[in-house]
Design a protein around this ligand. Structure first.
Ligand code: SF4
Length: 190
């Protein structure tokens, strides 16, 4: 059983100072730590159900955290907002899952949940930069990352792909080159 810690406690330096270089498990652990310490903007349980989240804490060897009241309220609000977009989130999760490496579950759900957020995807995940998100995508969704040859913003890229495969989201233009939204879909996004 994981021991509870408070979110103002210092964390293991080895986990937080360096971006993980390699495995999907390291990326999952990184995201869980960032959620537990309030760096990310994700709903309660990272958008997973309670059992899945507990299992993730165990798998990643991350202790439970006693959240502050404000953080709890923020996560509750984000959970309510997510519930309103759950079908869209599940569609994105299902699509992402097709590209996810087998040992990276439940990364597809976490990325889909974060994509329902209101900031840049890397910010809602609590990552340090867009480059970190690219590294995560290359590690956990290598085929998908290879398709983003024009360095599109990731949320836009997901929906562009969904649009192309006949999903619910429909781009306003058949071609990015002619689209009035182009500046909003491509890098930079600092
Ligand atoms: S630039 Fe236009 S067509 Fe291309 S992904 Fe963005 S909205 Fe869709």
């Amino acid at each position: 059983m994981n021991q509870a810690i408070r979110c103002d406690m210092p964390l293991q330096v080895s986990v937080l100072t360096a971006e993980p270089s390699g495995s999907a498990q390291e990326w999952l652990t990184q995201l869980v730590w960032r959620f537990q310490t309030g760096s990310s903007q994700l709903p309660r349980y990272m958008g997973l159900d309670a059992d899945q989240f507990q299992q993730l804490l165990i798998t990643c060897n991350v202790p439970s955290v006693v959240m502050g009241l404000l953080q709890q309220q923020r996560q509750q609000l984000l959970a309510e907002l997510l519930a309103m977009r759950e079908p869209e989130c599940q569609e994105l999760e299902q699509w992402l899952s097709a590209y996810l490496l087998p040992d990276a579950a439940p990364m597809a759900r976490i990325i889909a949940v974060a994509s329902m957020g209101y900031n840049h995807l890397w910010q809602d995940l609590g990552l340090d930069s867009r480059q970190s998100l690219r590294e995560l995508m290359q590690c956990c969704f290598p085929e998908l990352a290879a398709l983003n040859t024009q360095n599109m913003r990731w949320k836009k890229f997901f929906y562009r792909q969904l649009c192309a495969t006949g999903g619910n989201y429909v781009c306003r233009s058949p071609s990015c080159d002619e689209c009035v939204e182009r500046d909003g879909c491509f890098a930079p996004e600092e």
